[in-house]
Structures are given as C-alpha cells and as structure tokens.
Design a protein around this ligand. Sequence first.
Ligand SMILES: [Zn+2]
Length: 269
Amino acid sequence: MSNGPKIVEVPGVPSLADEFAAFERERQQRRDRKRARAGVPGDGAPRRARAPVRPLRARGGVGAAVAGEGGGVTTVLLSGGLDSTVALFWARERWADVSAMSVDYKQKHRRELASAAHVAALAGVSHSVKRLEYPWPVMSGPVLAGRNSVLLMIAASHDASKAGGAGRVIIGACAADALAFVDCRPEYLLIKQQELTLGLGCPIELVAPFVDRTKAQIVQEARRLGAWDAVAASWSCYEGGDRPCGACGACMYRAEGFARAGEVDPWHA
Ligand SMILES: [Zn+2]
C-alpha cells in the first residue's frame, strides 16, 4: 500500500520538471552574471550539460494538486504569511480534522505569530504554537539553515503522537521559495516525506500544494477558497509593526503576485 499522495494534472499549470528546468536556467544565469561582475573570464567552452530533471509526477509525491484520501489528522504549518494562510484553507476544503501549528523560534518580529493566530481563528481551526530555543545559523538574508526541515519534523512528530501512528503535514512552500530555500524544493520534500515516515515509524504524508505555483496563482486560489479575510490578516513583511513596510523583498514579491493576479491586496484596500 502506498501512503504517498496522488498527483492530479492541472491544466495550464507547468510540470515540475519544466519548473525546475527554468529554475536551473535562472540559477545558471545568476552565476554567469556574478562571474562577469567578478571579472572571471569565460573559457568559451560550452558548459557541461546538467543531468535531466527527473519528472517527479511519474513517481508520485509532492505536487501542485493532491487528491486527499482517507482521514487522519492534518497539521498545516502556519507561519502567518500568505502562502501558508491559503494552504490552510486549501487543506480545510479537503480534510475534516485540520489544525494549524506555528513555531516560535524567535523570529525577527512577533507580528507573524499574531497573524497566524488570527488566520487560524478565521479558518475555524485550532492553533498551537511550539516554542523552539535554538540559535539558528543564518545562511544569508532570511534563510535560516535547515529551518523547514526542522519545522516539518516538529509538525509530523505532533501528528504521529496525536494520531497514534499516522498523519499529514501541509507546507505552503511555493515555486519561488525553491530558489532561496533549498528545503522547499520538491526533490527534497519527496525525500523528507520518506524520512519522516521512517524516522517516526508511521506513515506521514507530506503535502505541498503550491510547490509549483506562482504567487499570483496562490492569490487566485485564495479568491476561489473565499479566504480573503484571512489574506487580509496574514503577514508577509520581514519587518514588524502595524503596517507592512512595502519595501522589503517579501512585501515586493507579494505586491507583484497580487498585481499579476489582477487583484488588490486587502492589506491596502
Ligand atoms: Zn516589508
């Protein structure tokens, strides 16, 4: 019996293999630009061809749309940001026993945890906050080494104990996250699902519904799900305070997603 999720093809949504080929091209272009800025001369030789990206859909696993099967408990990792907020409503549409979990790991500000509590209340699900005392090493910018890997284990272990031997964890990672956060990439999440199952000794289903979705597609999904009030309550800004700064990377990326979706962010309505 397979405990992995089923993949459902979504018309108009590019395949994971296409997405990752695009990510690889973009990363290569960034490396080339960096080399050019550093004055490293090119040798004119063609670059070694990369191994072809394996089509994840053929193997099953984490995908854009996952058909829910069976019951059991479902825990949504809720940061309080836009993606996890929409993922919570997406999960609530599919499964009955859904709860939200946030982890207080001494984030830069407390604002997103307050937003997470508000979002969970709007979704009508229970919300727990796990406190983690760990001086997390910073890789660069907002990237903390191994953060999502650890958060997934915290959520899955909660499921395993609560359900007495099974569980489902939802993470709101989107396509762009894969560029900066290596533990948001589909190939990693597929392995992580196996690791959680083996490490906890019970079937854990790891679902990343937006792993190949753009921010604009997530905004459209929020509209479809009727999650607009929760979107207004979500918090994406890297800064704290009462109002989003509008200038940080997270604010700009969110604004671009709404613009591409043809929507007005309820933050500004
Ligand atoms: Zn901001």
